[in-house]
Design a protein around this ligand. Sequence first.
Ligand SMILES: *Cc1c(COP(=O)(O)O)cnc(C)c1O
Length: 247
Amino acid sequence: MKNKNQLIEEVLNCIQQATDRVDRSSNDVTLVAVSKTHPIEDIVVAYQAGIRHFGENRADELAKKAIQLSHLKDLQWHFIGHLQTRQSKIVAEYAHCFHAVDRVKIAEHLSKQLQKLDHILPVFIEVNVSGEKSKGGFSCDDWENDQQQRDSFLKAVTTIAALPNLNIHGLMAMAPFKASKELIRNIFKSLHQLSEWLNRELPELKAKELSMGMSGDFEIAVEEGATHVRVGSAIFGKRGSAISPKP
Ligand SMILES: *Cc1c(COP(=O)(O)O)cnc(C)c1O
């Protein structure tokens, strides 16, 4: 069995090689180690190996871990999952970045909580570019052809951008779980192009970051322009199914 340090090193090497292949700098890619369901001890080991960004997708679990590790001042929590409005206070309080703004309402709730705390939160707008029904996010599966889809997305982003204390950094998407490498690449390309289009439409937005890529596809994502990859099992091992969270 490989230990965690070796797994982290391998993932970092793969990111380096992927950036080399497309003439990007690995400094432009943030590795978010997705620690959901894994114990505090595993996070500490990864922290000692140099990882500073950790991803969680359940608010109660985020709060518990953030409190227990509050002595690690430079540790950054990324909330990467669907968020229920009643839990927006926890994310506003403990998260350093939120990757899954999937509706205007959650952005409004977060903004209110953030104003009370006087926190600013960088966020990613989650988009569904694959058209899979099980995926969250704003529908953008046919944005290149569908004017109505583009218009309603633009309207939503404009509304969110006007909310205080939220800072839109970019777009986030998930590739389908079972798909060919080609299809996955096309989905990441589509997200990248959507981002370029969005930033042309709203030049003052400056939301050019891309959160895409997980354990199975982060190298493709880096080749296609990811600035944040969310890697769980490749670093921490398989998650136990008994505690695997379902939203
Ligand atoms: C769990 C999760 C990941 C990490 O998945 P792995 O396949 O374990 O790397 C990434 N993004 C989101 C949104 C997740 O929920």
